[in-house]
Ligand binder design. Structure first.
Ligand SMILES: [Fe+2]
Ligand SMILES: [Fe+2]
Length: 325
């Protein structure tokens, strides 16, 4: 048993037995002199109280709370028209991945009307890796809409990767949109890889060195483009498809230090300003699946390494404006 293990158990016990906290199932991450608490609490105030309890107990540590209220349970699919969406991100296909997800893709026939791929389709962004993925996707009888991820840019073969996917019938979006018609509904999908920068209270700004200005200016540019694209859609349903995360909620489980490299609040702000019915992203391999923008739009992290399954399924209805997964 390590020292960290004892410390974790001590914290869990404190939080479970404190009469004003009483939280079970808290995940405690210890990073040097920093302690991060993950889990669900009934209110933000209770999360802050739990943090203070641990801070008082361990004054030599910096205690951070990532305890968040649970996302409300979702209702069963409504009556009336709805669309069934399958989503997957972070496939990370390499040259040896042939067949890796083929059986999962084939099962989608009859189960989903549309497949969304949320970036990091390849491991290092080579045409060879894209060709392996395309083999597994081919003959899928439902529309496939994708954005690329940071890994797809690594080897500077983006045009080739893009071309191979498009030739296989995959619609690849970057700062633009497409409309799919399924089950009497029109579904507009605005897609962008997005970019990094961080979240409110811990984000980069257009200030200082030119490199920093370029970094954040790029995030501002793609976010503003995403907003314009969503606003231009006149469809029954609107979906924002990203690789980078638009909210910090779906990053819970990742090290706090990397949050600024996993997404930006500017993406979430753009989506709230334009409106959408669903946001799907990837990139956060150790995050969590469900979250919500500040404006109440459902956000789903579809990263396969985090989900430990190949696809997420949602039903979207224009009447209820809710997702059901
Ligand atoms: Fe990834
Ligand atoms: Fe990524």
């Amino acid at each position: 048993m390590t020292e960290d293990h004892y410390l974790r158990e001590k914290i869990r016990q404190t939080l479970a037995t404190d009469p004003h906290v009483g939280i079970l199932n808290v995940r405690v991450q210890i990073e040097g002199k920093r302690i991060i608490l993950y889990g669900e609490v009934s209110s933000p105030e209770k999360g802050e109280y739990a943090r203070m309890v641990v801070q008082r107990q361990l004054p030599d540590f910096e205690v951070i709370s990532e305890l968040t209220p649970p996302i409300p349970p979702e209702a069963p699919p409504p009556e009336g028209p709805y669309v069934r969406i399958a989503a997957a991100g972070d496939l990370h296909y390499d040259a040896l991945s042939r067949g890796k997800l083929r059986s999962h893709f084939q099962k989608l026939e009859g189960e989903a009307d549309l497949l969304l791929l949320a970036g990091d389709l390849t491991d290092t962004g080579t045409a060879e890796e894209a060709a392996v993925l395309v083999e597994d996707l081919k003959e899928l009888p439902i529309p496939i809409v994708a954005v690329l991820g940071n890994h797809d840019y690594h080897c500077n073969q983006v045009k080739e990767v893009h071309r191979l996917l498009e030739e296989a019938g995959v619609t690849v979006l970057e700062g633009d949109s497409t409309v799919v018609h399924c089950r009497e509904l029109s579904i507009g999908i605005a897609g962008t890889k997005g970019f990094a920068g961080g979240f409110e209270g811990a984000c980069g700004t257009v200030f200082g060195e030119p490199e920093m200005k370029h970094f954040i200016a790029h995030t501002e540019k793609v976010s503003s483009r995403l907003k314009e694209t969503l606003l231009s859609l006149e469809t029954d349903l609107k979906i924002a498809l990203l690789h980078y995360a638009p909210i910090r909620e779906t990053l819970a489980g990742e090290r706090a230090e990397v949050f600024p490299f996993l997404g930006s609040y500017l993406l979430g702000k753009a989506i709230d300003e334009a409106g959408a019915d669903l946001v799907v992203h990837g990139h956060a391999h150790h995050g969590r699946e469900r979250g919500m923008t500040r404006g109440g739009i459902p956000v789903r992290n579809a990263a396969i390494p985090m989900l430990k399954k190949a696809n997420l399924f949602y039903s979207l209805s224009p009447r209820a404006k809710k997702t059901h997964s």
